[in-house]
Ligand binder design. Structure first.
Ligand code: GDP
Length: 297
């Protein structure tokens, strides 16, 4: 998912670690190249700038230990800073699903992978956590999307709320909550309608559903391939409805990785999961340390 960034950084660090003694100038040159690599990966400018500043401060302020070369030390600082920028100061928590039935509100633009992600998370909770899960689609404008969630439900062996024609999103949300309580479900997913663009109608509907549903988690699903756009979408949704975390999809594709790297710093919201393909198992919790390791190869 970060192939080109990895390659670029690999080149910079190869040169750096091969050189024995490093001058301050070597470090500055290397970090300048790191900055360019981050920008090429579509990391936002303030994030890239801050990143380099922090690594530079550490590099100039640190005593070189004997066990590693100065070059290796710079690589370590970059690794630590990558981890920090990906995760923020606190690692993301597990999904809050205590006090059943816990409602998870899924929001995002059409085509982001919201319905697929809803089903993937439901399957995970069922198989890994032994939870009884209910799915409900609120996409009243697109009957095909409602059907799609029901079909995925059958495929993964998870119940979905029967579709009743003519209901509003808020009515479906209420019915889903009632059904979840009566049926002894642990978790109920509300898959809200997506639109091609953020508009007032979409946000009003999501807000109304949120107010009724009182979700424990509001997860925004965004397409990781869209780079800075994904970060902008997250900022807008967070401002309007408040999100508790982000799921970045299509991280199996050849995106440049900028969305992942800027998300936490720009929005303050953690990436909770990454989507890695179309299959129902193709989702992983987001682990900053591992991703940082992957980026540095
Ligand atoms: P929605 O309109 O946001 O509900 O989007 P869908 O869930 O219908 O997904 C749109 C398309 O993206 C479908 O073909 C999915 O299989 C695909 N998709 C979703 N998540 C991923 C992912 O993580 N990786 C890849 N490669 N495809 C995905």
């Amino acid at each position: 998912m970060f192939e080109s960034l990895s390659e670029r950084l690999g080149g910079v660090f190869d040169r750096l670690t091969r050189a024995g003694a490093l001058s301050e100038e070597d470090v500055i040159t290397a970090l300048r190249e790191v900055r360019v690599a981050l920008l090429e990966a579509d990391v936002s400018l303030p994030v890239a700038r801050d990143f380099i500043k922090r690594v530079q401060e550490k590099a100039t302020g640190s005593a070189v230990t004997k066990s590693i070369t100065p070059g290796q030390m710079v690589v370590k600082f970059v690794h630590d800073e990558l981890t920090r920028v990906l995760a923020g100061d606190e690692p993301p928590e597990a999904l809050k699903i205590d006090n059943p039935p816990a409602t998870i509100l899924m929001v995002g633009l059409q085509g982001s992978g919201k319905t697929t992600t809803t089903a993937k998370l439901a399957k995970r909770l069922k198989e890994k956590n032994g939870k009884k899960v209910l799915l409900a689609s609120l996409d009243t404008q697109r009957p095909a999307a409602m059907e799609q969630l029901a079909i995925l439900g059958v495929q993964i062996g998870v119940d979905s709320l029967p579709i009743v024609k003519g209901e509003t999103a808020v009515q479906i949300a209420k019915r889903a909550k009632t059904q979840a309580s009566l049926g002894g479900y642990d978790v109920v997913f509300l898959d809200t309608a997506g639109r091609l663009h953020i508009d007032e109608v979409l946000m009003d509907e999501v807000q109304a559903v949120r107010d009724i549903a009182q979700p424990r988690e509001t997860l925004l699903v965004v397409d990781g391939l869209t780079g800075q756009d994904a970060v902008n979408v997250a900022s807008e949704f967070d401002g309007k409805v408040g999100i508790s975390g982000v799921v970045l999809t299509r991280m199996d594709g050849d995106g440049r990785g900028g969305a992942a790297l800027s998300m936490r710093a720009v929005t303050g919201k953690p990436i909770r999961f990454v989507g890695l393909g179309e299959k129902m198992d193709a989702i992983e919790p987001f682990e900053a340390e591992r991703v940082a390791g992957r980026i540095l190869g």
